[in-house]
Write a protein that binds this ligand. Sequence first.
Ligand code: PMP
Length: 398
Amino acid sequence: MFEHIQAAPADPILGLNDAFRNETNPNKINLGVGVFKDENGATPILKAVKQAEERLVANEKTKSYLSIEGTEAYRAAVQTLLLGADHEIIAKQRAHTAQTPGGTGALRVAAEFIKKHMPDATVWVSNPTWANHQSIFQSVGLEVGSYAYYDAASKSLDFEAMLASLSQVPAGDVVLFHGCCHNPTGIDPTTSQWQQLAKLCSKQGFLPLFDFAYQGFGVGLDEDAQGLRTFLQQVPEMLIANSFSKNFGLYNERVGAITAVCETAEQAEAVFSQVKRCIRTNYSNPPAHGAAVVTEVLTDPQLRSLWEMELQAMRTRIHEMRGLFVATLRAKGVEQDFSFISQQQGMFSFSGLTPEHVAQLKQEYGIYIVGSGRINVAGMTKDNMEPLCDAIAAVLKG
Ligand code: PMP
């Protein structure tokens, strides 16, 4: 039965982690997979999360199933975080949210919903984008196209080309935007660019799907939601897939949500009933723990302010590493200009290192970077900065 099955290629990002684990170089550095690391290179459990967990363990009374969409308290807390406390969409019940296993789970539910109810839609993703996007939509049988985003020469957003691409997208198709901290480039549209994109979306009539995996990693919780909130001033419908893997450090608890914003409360009810059907035949209902932690933290003022402080500390550390990386490379006499790295947002930067540089860094120095040249800035520490920049300087000299 299985004789004809060939081995699948290693996942371009998670496969790198497996290889890193087997790396014997004692000075190895992992700038591959996107997890936050502190100044000791550890991925700690946030204090706010630990405290919430202690309360939950003490008070938990049942392990019975959650409903298909997860708990009421979680769904409300997510909407408030995404849209802002007094948003009229919440008041008018134009949005419904379901808890999902991570941001990937949310995207998969969105993909199944789109395939079932908009089967001829093409999903447009930025070029480049997170490696899993294309596979998620293709795996349900949807067509995936790409729109212009990054200009490799200037290492910035090619906004004119982006507008030109999206002007070709017909009504009824779906366009995926990264809410903030674009993965892999670290480059986001500005406020006025978001406004222009929203206007174009309204004119063209495509459905925006926001992938929001890094809220709070860019500038701040509200600032990072600016893109999707700007859109919602101009367009009546949207899908939002958000994740708490990064901003709560809850990677392995798998906690995220899919939110459908509709023109009316009635439409929202109907759409949501179909979203729930997609979930029922997929994983039936979500795991409880991670979402319970997020709910506890978001709704308790003391835990909330502790979390916001911890989130700010993560954000600040990444900004500092960006600056130190640029300064250290310069101090090592690297001639290429890397200053663009300190202007980018979130965990990732597109370094401009070629696949050959990436291969050499791995083979000769035990430094692991995704093949595209995407580096996880959070993997840098004050301790590994010198050897890292020495190695990069060496490979750049050729
Ligand atoms: N979207 C983007 C852009 C991401 O970078 C990630 C995580 N790497 C996800 C979605 C998925 O997040 P999760 O781990 O919560 O499934």
